[in-house]
Design a protein around this ligand. Structure first.
Ligand SMILES: Nc1nc2c(c(=O)[nH]1)N[C@H]1C(S)=C(S)[C@@H](COP(=O)(O)O)O[C@H]1N2
Ligand SMILES: [Mo]
Length: 185
């Protein structure tokens, strides 16, 4: 398996791509919630989020429109560590990632529990810029980047899947770059 997925072009710059505007970040009112089918729902302010166990990870990034980028250095909280805090119930199988505005995406829990999946607040050692999803974005390196939701505010554990913003608009729900799962059919 090559490092560049089929029909992707490598970029060295970091394109900015999203639907709608860049939301404003107000540190005093921002919160992050994890709820749904869990034993211990949580609501954290920004400082509380920064106090969680942090992890650094270097990973690649693949946009479904055809560009990829190698070796992005993220810092944040592993999804699996977050799950450890809220303790998903036995019947939880998916998580819905809810961002500012109308944007959502979803993934099966086993894929979110991979060690390279982070809720990231730093990029290349600096606070994540608003255009790239600051203050907090999901990073799912092994999926097309529409799974890497920017401006995340909430994670809801569920029994059933709830396809997200692009997934309801014709993009693949499994989104695997090496299988070129770009569109749903
Ligand atoms: N909230 C939100 N997150 C989003 C998107 C979006 O439209 N809204 N677009 C996705 C897509 S298609 C891509 S390619 C990446 C782009 O991330 P970047 O702008 O940091 O390169 O963000 C993803 N996350
Ligand atoms: Mo994308």
């Amino acid at each position: 398996m090559g490092r560049l997925p089929p029909h992707q072009k490598l970029r060295t710059d970091f394109p900015v791509l999203h639907f709608g505007g860049v939301p404003e970040f107000d540190r005093d009112t921002w919160d992050f919630r994890v709820e749904g089918v869990v034993e211990n729902p949580i609501s954290l302010n920004y400082d509380e989020f920064l106090a969680l166990k942090r992890t650094e990870d270097v990973s690649d990034f693949h946009c479904v429109t055809g560009w990829s980028k190698f070796d992005l250095k993220w810092e944040g909280v592993r999804f699996i560590d977050l799950a450890g805090l809220v303790k998903p119930k036995k019947n939880a199988r998916f998580a819905i990632i809810v961002a500012e505005g109308e944007y959502t995406t979803s993934l099966p829990l086993d894929e979110l529990m991979e060690p390279d999946v982070l809720l990231a607040y730093k990029f290349e050692g600096k606070p994540l810029e608003p255009v790239h999803g600051g203050p907090l974005r999901l990073v799912v390196p092994k999926k097309y980047a529409y799974k890497s939701a920017k401006w995340v505010r909430k994670v809801v554990f569920t029994e059933e899947d709830e396809p997200g913003f692009w997934e309801r608009r014709g993009y693949s729900n499994s989104a695997e770059p090496w299988k070129e799962e770009r569109y749903s059919h």
